[in-house]
Design a protein around this ligand. Sequence first.
Ligand SMILES: Cc1cc2nc3c(=O)[nH]c(=O)nc-3n(C[C@H](O)[C@H](O)[C@H](O)COP(=O)(O)OP(=O)(O)OC[C@H]3O[C@@H](n4cnc5c(N)ncnc54)[C@H](O)[C@@H]3O)c2cc1C
Length: 403
Amino acid sequence: MNGVPLLGPSRGPLPAETDVAVIGGGIAGAAMAFYLAREGVEVVLLDRAELNREASGTNAGSFHLQLAIHQLSGKGTDTDRDRLLADARLSLEAYGLWQQLDRELDGDVELHETGGWMVAETPEQVRLLHEKHELERLAGIETEVVEGSELRERAPFFSERVLAATYCPVEGHANPLIVAPLYAARAAEHGAELRTGVAVQGIDRVERRPGSGAHRFTVRTDHGDLRAHRVVDCAGAWSGEVAQMVGLRLPVRSDGLHVNVTERRPRLLTPMVQHIGRRLTLKQSSVGSFIIGGGWPSRAVPGPRRYPTQWQSAAGNVTVAVDIVPALADARVVRTWSGVIVFTDDMNPVVGESERVPGFHVCVASTGFTFGPMFARQLAEQMTAPGKHDPFPDRYAVDRATA
Ligand SMILES: Cc1cc2nc3c(=O)[nH]c(=O)nc-3n(C[C@H](O)[C@H](O)[C@H](O)COP(=O)(O)OP(=O)(O)OC[C@H]3O[C@@H](n4cnc5c(N)ncnc54)[C@H](O)[C@@H]3O)c2cc1C
């Protein structure tokens, strides 16, 4: 099948109870619902708006494998190195999942393995490229450092400012408008109840005797109460607010980020391009437009928290793109939007079950388009077959920021 799957109306009355209540209908929540429902688990997914309207449907769609060292807090210690190596191995696992996603979801997520360049403009950045490449080699990710005349030959679209770049053949992009809706459609086919337009306003913990079978939580919504044995917080940028409802503090913060799209141009660039030291992701879509992102901020507006676009960011983002690929200089930007992303303070995901609040689970990752499906699958496996899989590393712990 092609295109975005159509889901039927999902605003029926809320069921009174369920085994698992998933909060959030982005890629993490939709994938959780799918992997749980596929194993026969009773699931109700709640989203206060529509599915895929926040980060999961507004992101740049890049499928990342190379380590983005500039984003990490690394100080070159052994611990940092071990963590980077573990992250690189995780990228390979995510890649494996993406490769089988069309088959798993019986659809087309429009995954294009275009390859990806990560560029460096200064000698210090070139040094980082080499270090990063070495770590990736150790982890089993195929990358190479390309410099000098070979770089000019293989990537003639780069400006003279680019001193070196690493190339990874298996990076690329997929379509953010399709992935979460496809997960949701398949989850519904496996019996998951999807309820949109339902805002979770509070979660009460219910006192119960172990083994009594009583529900642990009452999820209070603007459409009534839902009793649940287990809750999964997949609320992305709002996951901290949902966790607070059960007294937990997550190490998360949210930010608005820009994406810019140009008019269609003749094919120039097949691979994705990232920068090791400046905020840039750049790719040319299959219809020819350039998608320019990479983490330029937008201003938060309090109240119902939105992040309007900010001209300085749009312009700054495009300036970096033109610095790297000068042929973009006269391409017209036709659309700019911002989406709301969740960052974790320590760059580690928050995935697993809380020890303080048994039954309360979280699935949150920053580069969540790439990694959300994998973490959701791993968490669903832990929930359906406890003890059968390796536990999540301590650094993912749900309770790590709760005093
Ligand atoms: C502009 C931008 C570009 C990005 N580019 C990339 C990229 O190229 N590659 C990549 O890997 N990642 C990228 N990301 C990150 C990625 O998009 C996110 O990490 C990922 O989509 C998070 O998915 P999620 O399901 O956790 O959250 P979301 O998609 O934000 O979904 C959370 C859902 O929870 C719902 N919700 C919140 N509170 C409540 C409540 N109280 N009751 C009910 N529902 C609630 C919301 O309505 C929302 O639908 C980008 C993000 C942005 C914003």
